[in-house]
Write a protein that binds this ligand. Structure first.
Ligand SMILES: Cc1cc2nc3c(=O)[nH]c(=O)nc-3n(C[C@H](O)[C@H](O)[C@H](O)COP(=O)(O)OP(=O)(O)OC[C@H]3O[C@@H](n4cnc5c(N)ncnc54)[C@H](O)[C@@H]3O)c2cc1C
Length: 399
């Protein structure tokens, strides 16, 4: 067993840190206030190969999920609003699923542009009436000769405006067999800019640089090669995607948490109260130590998750789906809570100053909140998954 990064992982991390410090961190406040990630920045990330880490070399990518996880940590550190990290992790996470389940035609059409940062890729599973109960979705896809015709609406979908502007779209779940069973659902690639699609943005409280939108589809026609994997197996393909994306989410929370704790430490070392720095008060030190301990525990678990994912996708894998799912549920459950707790304490240490936009603490707090509320799966759903894996499928609470 070896807990160190190897040479190429260390080099990747160092290179991305330098890039993030020079290009992303100085722009993070502007990303939040202007509510967009500059396209020049996304172009540069594409040129660096950041979006290709989960895409096979034959389609212009190169890397693995450990590399992608290190990338997500750096993005979370550099832009604590989480917008850049979300953009990055959606593209890298869901590209892995497109690379695994997409038809050759679909992969050839999309993956080289995604790897180069020219196209966005996200996930559209949530519906207003379903939420956590993904299998209860109402969007319908009907086959018409060599096309699928899609009708329905998706809610709270990240990156739709970006996909309309830059190109790309979402892996979208739709029912292909009537009923409310998870076995009648299929997964499709659906471009964001297509006839019959109406996009309505929400006004979010955080991660302002990336949009979340409602997508309404009225007779959207997509070619049959946009079906991913097997018809009727879309629910399972998506759950596999969630395992990938959730570890990346947890990695971004680790990065943001690290930066939040650094901001807090810098502050309590210099801010004087009652004649001494705040950091000399034991109650503050103990709080800091608890956060650091939790951060290190979660970070180790996230790196384990990355290693398990790479193992799981290797030909000689000995990792079971249940082992993987448990690890990922743990990190998605704990990482957002850990990062949120850090930002809450840091804001308290900053006092009133932390409540202003002079400092990035409030921006981090708002961004992390998205992952507590539900993006890539609500916390209670992680608990439901763990309960199911530990006790068996008969103990799913909502069946
Ligand atoms: C910023 C943001 C971005 C998002 N981006 C995307 C995206 O790109 N693509 C996409 O498909 N979705 C996206 N979502 C939606 C996200 O997946 C959902 O928020 C999530 O699945 C929860 O659904 P819901 O919000 O409808 O909450 P609900 O399902 O209504 O849940 C509400 C509360 O009830 C709890 N709850 C639900 N079921 C149970 C249960 N069985 N036991 C105990 N408690 C339960 C939940 O934990 C939650 O606290 C995004 C959400 C946010 C906030």
């Amino acid at each position: 067993m070896d807990f160190r990064l190897n040479e190429s992982q260390t080099l990747f991390q160092r290179t991305v840190r330098q890039f993030c410090d020079a290009e992303i961190a100085p722009q993070s406040r502007e990303i939040d206030t202007k509510q967009r990630i500059p396209s020049e920045l996304l172009d540069k990330m594409g040129q660096m190969g950041l979006f290709g880490t989960t895409i096979p070399e034959e389609f212009g990518g190169g890397g693995d999920l450990t590399i992608a996880t290190l990338g997500a940590m750096e993005m979370g550190r550099a832009d604590v609003s989480m917008a850049t990290a979300v953009y990055y992790l959606l593209v890298t996470g869901w590209s892995r699923i497109l690379a695994k389940f997409g038809t050759q035609e679909c992969k050839q059409e999309l993956l080289p542009d995604i790897a180069a940062g020219k196209k966005f890729l996200g996930i559209a599973s949530t519906e207003a009436g379903g939420g956590s109960d993904v299998a209860n979705l109402q969007t319908i896809a009907v086959r018409e000769s060599d096309h699928w015709v899609i009708n329905g609406s998706k809610a709270f979908i990240s990156g739709v405006t970006e996909a309309v502007e830059r190109g790309g779209g979402h892996l979208l779940l739709a029912r292909t067999t009537p009923g409310n069973d998870h076995r009648g659902i299929s997964l499709f690639y659906v471009p964001a800019k297509i006839e019959g699609m109406t996009v309505t943005p929400y006004q979010d409280m955080g991660r302002m640089g990336i949009s979340t939108c409602e997508m309404h589809m009225d007779g959207v026609r997509i070619p049959s090669h946009y079906l991913l994997g097997e018809e009727g197996k879309g629910f399972y393909h998506t759950m596999e995607g969630f395992n990938v994306a959730r570890n990346l989410v947890a990695a971004a929370c680790v990065g943001a948490g690290e930066r939040g704790l650094e901001m807090g430490m810098e502050y309590i070392k210099q801010r004087q109260a009652f004649g001494k720095p705040l950091g000399k008060f034991e109650s503050v030190q103990f709080e800091l130590s608890d956060h650091y301990a939790e951060l290190e525990l979660v970070k180790t678990m996230v790196m384990k998750g990355a290693w398990m994912l790479d193992e799981y996708y290797s030909e000689a894998s000995t990792i079971t789906a249940s082992e993987l799912t448990r690890t990922i549920a743990i990190v998605k459950l704990r990482a957002p809570q850990m990062a949120f707790a850090i930002y809450k304490s840091t804001m308290m240490w900053f006092g009133a100053a932390g409540y202003t936009k002079e400092y990035d603490v409030e921006m981090g707090l708002r961004g992390i909140m998205s992952y507590l509320v539900g993006a890539e799966g609500a916390l209670n759903i992680m608990r439901v998954i763990l309960g199911r894996e530990l006790l068996g499928k008969d103990f799913i609470p909502y069946k």
